[in-house]
Design a protein around this ligand. Structure first.
Ligand SMILES: *Cc1c(COP(=O)(O)O)cnc(C)c1O
Length: 437
């Protein structure tokens, strides 16, 4: 991913992001591998220190990037820092237009770290109503133990914030598109409202905007450019891209790098270097080509589904009659400025009642699990294979049935995560499955 000849003289600004994702932006200090075309996998939990002085300097510099800047690192122990992870972090910060990135063992590791450094007992977090299932579980099952209050509201209207923010609110957190219903939140509008509220607050009390950009990936959306303070990702999904490795990342301002590294050191959720290497070697360089294919397929499939008589409705950011189409068009843009509505589709099958709709959804999915070649009944997304799941009984089973509507989830809703197959084959399989209901 990084340059294979340290002395090359070229102007980086002349090349596109698609190309930077293959070659890397920087001549990296994280590893001297000027003769490798592909970066080596580092597989050393500990590092030799030439002298006590060097060891002492390494410990002094760790998590003190503010004082010591970008000097060549002194590696000590994998949990503190290590070449593969550090290279991945450099490149992810670059693609998301952030000043720094810190990696974690999983997306949840990254989300809990971002919220962990921004809150303490007595603080409050406001989120959108609809959230990834385990983020919901973190906020409902664990944060009450730490006396951190969670307030879910409808952030598709940014003005709602004025009614719910209190003195204790420290974080506004959301996904856009949201999981699983793909509602879109206007990042620039949230920024405006938070700026208004922050006017009267001192530096430590300013509300921070944290956005989970997993669904869009940086190919479709760069929230920091639109006003977010932090971006978090599950690297397990579209960025990793092949469904082989778990990972997470927090990207944001330089001043938070040290505390995130300390948090990771002490809570221990470090990314495996071999996973970092896979994501660096396979995931990032192929991100644009995978996403282009998935978006083209998703548009075609969403149009097919929305004209099908057995489908109640389809939420896809690229459909002109989708409620949030205009906002999606504004903020979901690829590196060249083209509208990039993503690879996920949410749809509901018709029924005469919610119970019947749910039952039809179940039939559809069970039939697909057995008969469809190009759709696999499985959680996760951003894979080479198209994955199909039922949020109400799978990813969002943490939500009690009577609260599903409040969380924006339809009992019969189906989430389709488009892979790299020929879209006509996926449509063929959808056709067969829809026939049986
Ligand atoms: C999968 C996912 C996560 C959690 O990521 P893990 O890598 O599974 O821990 C968080 N947010 C969203 C939107 C996800 O899809």
């Amino acid at each position: 991913m990084a340059n294979n000849a340290k002395n090359n003289k070229y102007d980086e600004s002349k090349y596109s992001m698609d190309t930077h994702l293959i070659y890397g932006k920087y001549i990296t200090d994280k590893w001297d591998y000027s003769h490798h075309v592909t970066a080596p996998i580092s597989s050393s939990t500990t590092f030799r220190l030439d002298s006590v002085e060097r060891g002492a300097e390494g410990f002094m510099r760790f998590a003190h990037t503010q004082e010591f800047g970008e000097k060549a690192p002194i590696f000590i122990y994998d949990r503190l820092g290590e070449p593969n992870k550090d290279m991945l972090e450099e490149n992810l910060a670059y693609v998301e237009k952030g000043e720094m990135a810190v990696s974690f063992a999983s997306g949840m590791g990254a989300i809990s770290a971002a919220l962990g450094i921004l809150t303490k007992s007595g603080d409050e977090i406001i989120t959108h109503n609809t959230l990834y299932g385990c983020t919901l579980s973190l906020l409902t099952n664990w944060y009450p133990r730490y006396n951190i209050k969670w307030t879910p509201i409808d952030l598709t209207n940014s003005q709602n914030l004025f009614n719910y923010v209190t003195e204790k609110t420290k974080v506004v957190y959301f996904e856009t598109p949201a999981n699983p219903n793909l509602q879109i939140i206007d990042i620039q509008e949230i920024r405006k409202v938070v700026d208004e509220i922050n006017k009267t607050r001192n530096e430590e009390n300013k509300i921070q905007i944290v956005i989970d950009n997993t669904f869009a990936t940086p190919f479709c959306q760069r929230p920091l450019e639109l006003g977010a303070d932090f971006v978090v990702h599950s690297l397990t999904k579209g960025i990793g891209g092949f469904g082989t490795d778990m990972g997470g990342i927090v990207i944001g301002k330089k001043k938070y790098q040290d505390i995130l590294q300390l948090y990771r050191k002490d809570f221990g959720g470090v990314l495996n270097p071999k996973s970092a290497w896979s994501i660096l070697t396979y995931g990032l360089p192929t991100l644009p080509i995978r996403l282009k294919q998935q978006i083209n397929s998703a548009i075609k499939i969403a149009e097919y589904l929305s004209s099908h008589p057995k489908v109640e409705f389809v939420n896809y950011p690229g459909l002109p009659d989708f409620k949030f189409y205009e906002t999606a068009r504004k903020q979901m843009r690829d590196f060249n400025g083209n509208f990039a509505p993503g690879s996920l589709i949410y749809f509901v099958i018709k029924g005469n009642s919610p119970a019947e709709s749910k039952e039809n959804g179940r039939k559809f999915m069970d039939y697909a699990a057995e008969h469809a070649y190009t759709m696999t009944l499985a959680v996760s997304l951003g894979h080479t294979r198209t994955l199909l799941e039922h949020p109400a009984s799978m990813t969002h089973s943490v939500v009690p049935p009577e609260e599903l509507a409040d969380r924006g989830i339809d009992a019969g809703g189906i989430r389709l995560a488009i892979g790299l197959e020929n879209p006509d084959d996926i449509i063929y399989d959808l056709e067969q499955c829809l026939k049986i209901i």
